[in-house]
Design a protein around this ligand. Structure first.
Ligand code: BEZ
Length: 223
């Protein structure tokens, strides 16, 4: 467990840094704009945990406005959103107030304060070559078992694509539901691909050169 609210000392960053797909994220508990949050409380549903470099900055503001406008789409996929930056809780509040006034949208997903960067460093959200404390735009897609299933890392000066975040989530949920593979440019509703056969007899019996390794899955309900 890492975090600001425990009596126990935080873990040192090193053991948790370098998180990869397939790793379980270490638990943390922290203050957020929606009250205290605990990562493990999200078990049983999907969670997108993402860092942003700083409040009151242009690209981050556009990301939060766009995410707040699409929050219902993540909710419809049973996926929570949780943001994190080095800024204080009161900075987060002031920024969200400004976003509400200027863009007429309320950001109602939690934004964690990480003033000591104990979480950001432990989760590798801080660019190691940077000498300031800003987190980069790291995004973790965490499944209902608490396991990282996808992750992206964008620089401070490039904003994330919310349609791509939704597409990635859709793809992860679809491959879990159908045990298939999502091909390039896959979109929700498109066919998934079958895993290639590991059986030489299937390879020889395949009715085309690619059919043993590049085959669409039968669509649900198709005869
Ligand atoms: C931005 O969100 O616009 C931003 C944040 C940190 C550094 C550069 C840009």
């Amino acid at each position: 467990m890492i975090g600001h609210m425990e009596d126990t000392p935080p873990c040192s960053p090193a053991p948790c840094a370098g998180l990869r797909i397939g790793d379980a994220l270490p638990d943390f508990e922290a203050r957020s704009t929606m009250g205290p949050v605990k990562l493990s409380a999200y078990r049983g549903r999907w969670l997108i945990l993402f860092s942003h470099p700083a409040d009151f900055t242009p690209v981050c503001t556009t990301e939060f406005v766009a995410l707040a406008r699409e929050a219902h789409s993540f909710e419809a996929r049973d996926c929570g959103l949780m943001a994190l930056s080095v800024d204080s809780l009161f900075s987060h509040f002031a920024w969200l107030r400004l976003i509400k006034q200027r863009f007429d949208i309320e950001v109602r997903f939690p934004i964690v304060e990480d003033p000591t960067l104990v979480i950001g460093r432990a989760f590798g959200m801080v660019a190691p070559q940077d000498n300031d404390s800003a987190t980069v735009r790291t995004t973790f897609f965490i499944d209902p078992a608490g396991v990282i299933r996808a992750m992206t890392c964008y620089p401070a000066n490039v904003g994330r694509s919310i349609p791509e975040m939704l597409r990635t989530l859709d793809a992860l949920q679809a491959i879990d539901a159908q045990a298939g593979l999502a091909p390039a440019n896959w979109q929700a509703g498109d066919a998934l691909l079958q895993s290639p056969s590991h059986d030489l007899d299937d390879v020889f019996a395949a009715d085309s050169e690619t059919a043993w390794f590049l085959r669409e899955m039968p669509r649900k309900g198709a005869k």
